[in-house]
Design a protein around this ligand. Structure first.
Ligand SMILES: C[S@@+](CC[C@H](N)C(=O)[O-])C[C@H]1O[C@@H](n2cnc3c(N)ncnc32)[C@H](O)[C@@H]1O
Length: 251
């Protein structure tokens, strides 16, 4: 799969693509990321990329023409009809379900906005999907693009080892939140009961450990994201034992 990223700050990508478990996916081009520095498509000697907004007001707007030139260059190089994704706080929230779709697809062209945003006429003509990272405002679309690339790369075969399997992650498998995790030492801090690892995790009893993890996952999800419990129930992903546990839970 291939992602072409239109950005004013390609330098922001390189360190992130070279680190962590996802590095191999990018280095081997399992997830092929091509950076297109928008400044190179700017207007005039100063490579201008933005101008004042019509109607007045603060901030600058990214110009349609430089973006058109950059997009034409990308489309000339790749002829498959991958979607153009624009990152914006006004977009659809990025979810693990969408990440899974991208992870199984041919890639996309990713457009990173800056300033007040992009001339709406360019967006209207070219953008297939607008994605938001959440209900907050960043200074640019580069971090959202990196978030998508990271989330897609870690789903590629061979990127995570078994111990890091994404099947048990939040929003994966059954769509619930993940359970808590513990490691050594067995007693941490003052060594009193409050800082002990839950005993069942030391029992070696696989079925009980699995049940404990499932119940913690159900508990956390019911407390923090009851909408995910409703969705899991509607999708038939809750067992009778799950329902019995939820019924006695005091939230
Ligand atoms: C300062 S923001 C512009 C915010 C815009 N005026 C608004 O209020 O919706 C500059 C750029 O950062 C990116 N951006 C900021 N917050 C984002 C978010 N929550 N999700 C996705 N992209 C975001 C977008 O590409 C946006 O064009």
């Amino acid at each position: 799969m291939r992602f072409d990223v239109l950005t004013l700050f390609p330098e922001l990508f390189e360190p992130h693509l070279a680190l962590g478990v996802t590095r191999r996916a990018f280095e081997t081009r399992q997830v092929d990321v091509r950076l297109w520095p928008l400044r190179e498509y700017g207007e005039g000697a100063y490579r201008r990329i933005d101008d004042r907004p019509f109607g007045g007001g603060p901030g600058m707007v990214m110009l349609a023409d430089p973006l058109q030139r950059a997009l034409s260059a990308v489309r000339a190089e790749r002829t498959d009809a991958v979607p153009l994704v624009h990152f914006s706080p006004t977009g659809r929230p990025l979810t693990q379900a969408l990440v899974r779709e991208f992870a199984a697809g041919p890639g996309a062209v990713l457009l990173c906005g800056r300033y007040e945003g992009i001339d709406q006429r360019f967006l209207d003509r070219h953008v297939d999907l607008e994605l938001s990272l959440g209900d907050f405002v960043l200074s640019g679309g580069e971090l959202p693009a990196l978030a998508l690339l990271d989330a897609v790369a870690r789903l590629q075969p061979g990127v995570l080892n078994d111990a890091e399997s994404h099947e048990q992650d939040s929003f994966s498998g059954d769509g619930l939140l993940d359970c808590p995790h513990y490691s050594r030492p067995e007693f941490w801090g003052e060594g009193d009961a409050a800082t002990a690892v839950p005993a069942v995790l030391l029992s070696g009893h696989h079925a009980q450990i699995a049940r404990w993890r499932r119940e913690r996952s159900l508990q956390i999800t019911a407390q923090r994201r009851p909408d995910l419990i409703i969705a899991a129930r509607a999708a038939g992903r809750l067992s009778q034992a799950d329902e019995r546990y939820l019924a006695q839970l005091v939230i």
